[in-house]
Design a protein around this ligand. Structure first.
Ligand SMILES: N[C@@H](CCC(=O)N[C@@H](CS)C(=O)NCC(=O)O)C(=O)O
Length: 234
């Protein structure tokens, strides 16, 4: 059995999708990051970086428990464990891994910053520099994805892999991000094919049912989450 420490965000959605796709048995544990639960000492023991997702596989390598944080590492682990969604051939495997790392180092952080400045930055400050920077980078990254998908059915090659599972959740809000599928036919084709997968539907239904403190967080809880106000180091 795998313990999944989760809530609703795109990095967590990746792991729900992977677990539903591989049919590995798992149990959910909610860590409400909008209440500061990522800073509980017991949680810091399994992720010193205080972020979700985390998994604990009680039947890990050699039958021993293993704890893994960072969604990219979790996807690689689950792919190796299940033998699915990551090719074994070395060249093909790195075709996939480069797109997985493109997501975890580029798409995730940049889309995240865009969302932060669009939705959560103080409205009484001039955020136009930050908005322009992150909107531009977000659109540039979408252009890279569109061009890749014009040449390849999936990001890592001919088959659906962990690279697609990692990227798909971040593209679900493309309309709010100012990117239209009408202008990106290859992204649209790719997105719709993933969105229709039964395991993806099952994963998103589970995520959709999770209740969080996101819409009811106090100003202090938001400051804690964003490390600003009395929590700022700068
Ligand atoms: N690089 C990490 C990022 C994880 C991450 O940013 N998780 C967010 C939710 S999507 C979180 O736990 N935020 C709480 C916080 O930053 O305090 C991964 O891919 O797993």
């Amino acid at each position: 059995m795998i313990d999944l420490y989760a809530l609703t965000s795109p990095n967590v959605q990746k792991i729900y999708i992977m677990l539903e796709e591989t049919k590995l048995p798992y149990k959910e544990h909610f860590v409400d990051v909008w209440k500061g639960e990522q800073y509980n000492p017991d949680f810091i023991k399994i992720n010193p970086n205080s972020k979700i997702p985390v998994i604990v596989d009680h039947e890990g390598p050699g039958g021993k428990p293993v704890t893994i944080f960072e969604s990219g590492a979790i996807l690689m682990y689950l792919a190796e464990k299940s033998g699915k969604f990551l090719p074994k051939d070395t060249a093909k495997k790195y075709d996939v891994l480069q797109w997985l790392f493109f997501q975890v180092s580029g798409v995730g952080p940049m889309f995240g910053q865009f969302t932060h400045f669009k939705m959560f930055a103080p409205k009484d400050k001039d955020n136009s520099y930050s908005m322009t920077r992150y909107q531009t980078e977000l659109k540039r990254l979408y252009e890279v994805l569109e061009k890749r998908l014009a040449r390849s059915p999936y990001l890592g090659g001919d088959d659906y892999t962990v690279a697609d599972i990692a990227t798909f959740p971040w593209t679900r809000n493309h309309d709010a991000q100012g990117v239209r599928w009408e202008d990106n036919p290859n992204l649209a084709r790719w997105f719709n094919s993933i969105n229709e997968r039964p395991a993806v539907k099952a994963a998103l239904a589970k995520v959709g049912a999770i209740k969080s403190n996101r819409d009811t967080a106090s100003d202090d809880q938001k400051d804690r989450f964003f490390n600003r106000g009395r929590y700022a180091r700068a």
